[in-house]
Ligand binder design. Structure first.
Ligand code: MF3
Ligand code: CO
Ligand code: CO
Length: 273
């Protein structure tokens, strides 16, 4: 069953998504030549705490492993779930994906962008542009009465028309009290298939697109997903509410009180289930 959010849950989702968007917006501004992904992760941690929220990534469990960082920072051939490292220093021509997932008052907001560091190769710039557009065409399909497969199909069609590879092994997802809820939202698929979209769903739509092969593998750290051919990959993500009026992007930065350092309130305790 796909969870349907009532008015109260939607208010909460708006808050967590606004914080996720604000953290992402402020972290973007810190991306520069010479910074390590460890330092960016620390800045992400402080920003999340500064908004009185909690990183939904930190301690996130798959099997017996717990994710050790506060944000997902993935450089070049890293697709998603990169762990900030002092050894990964941003260089001219790199791309970096910033994926921020926060919990606030029990609800989760999830969003990501990929951005250039300095001047990047033209085909890599096209990769970023295409992935961002793929997210937009996917969101456009998140209409009440459509099906999840309509989102998948729109994304795949655009990406493949541009000659890029859509990652199959990772998918978008419902998001709410848990980071990953039903439904799964693949970035490939057929129109008119999958669950019907109803009012009050909150969906994390997130195309992951590779310059070369669509195949990926996971590094020995158990988390970092990289392209099988070592070529760059991009990732854009929004949390979207399927409102009666049409899809509403919840993770758009809007004016919020600035973060407070050190945090004025202790982040809410974890409610992982
Ligand atoms: N933000 C990711 C997503 O888009 C999930 C993070 S996985 C974690 O679904 F391990 F970092 F928590
Ligand atoms: Co995410
Ligand atoms: Co997500």
């Amino acid at each position: 069953m796909i969870p349907i959010k009532d008015r109260e849950a939607i208010v909460r989702m708006r808050e967590s998504c606004a914080i996720a968007a604000a953290v992402l917006h402020r972290l973007k501004a810190l991306v520069q030549l010479g910074i390590s992904t460890y330092d960016l992760d620390q800045a992400g941690r402080d920003l999340i705490a500064g908004y009185g929220a909690r990183s939904a990534d930190y301690g996130y469990q798959i099997g017996s492993r717990r994710f050790p960082a506060h944000t997902c920072l993935s450089v070049n051939e890293e697709v998603v779930h990169g762990i900030g490292s002092l050894k990964r220093i941003l260089r001219e021509g790199d791309i970096i994906s910033l994926d921020i997932t926060v919990e606030y008052h029990g609800y989760i907001g999830d969003n990501a962008i990929t951005m250039p560091v300095g001047v990047i190769a033209p085909r890599v710039a096209e990769l970023l542009q295409t992935t961002e557009e793929a997210l937009q065409v996917g969101i456009k399909q998140a209409q009440v009465g459509h099906r999840i497969g309509d989102i998948s199909h729109a994304i795949q069609t655009l990406v493949e028309a541009r000659g890029f590879g859509v990652v199959r092994d990772l998918v978008g997802h419902g998001v709410g009290r848990s980071m990953h809820e039903e439904p799964q939202i693949p970035n490939f698929g057929r129109r008119g298939t999958g669950e019907k979209i109803k009012p009050g769903m909150t969906l994390a739509i997130e195309p992951m697109v590779n310059l070369g092969t669509c195949h990926v593998k996971t590094l020995a750290d158990g988390w970092t997903v990289v392209t099988a051919d070592g070529q760059p990959s991009a990732h854009f993500e929004h949390t979207v509410l399927t409102a009666e009026k049409g899809p509403e992007i919840l993770t758009i930065p809007r004016p919020l009180p600035p973060p407070v350092f050190p945090p004025s309130s202790v982040p809410a305790p974890s409610t992982h289930n």
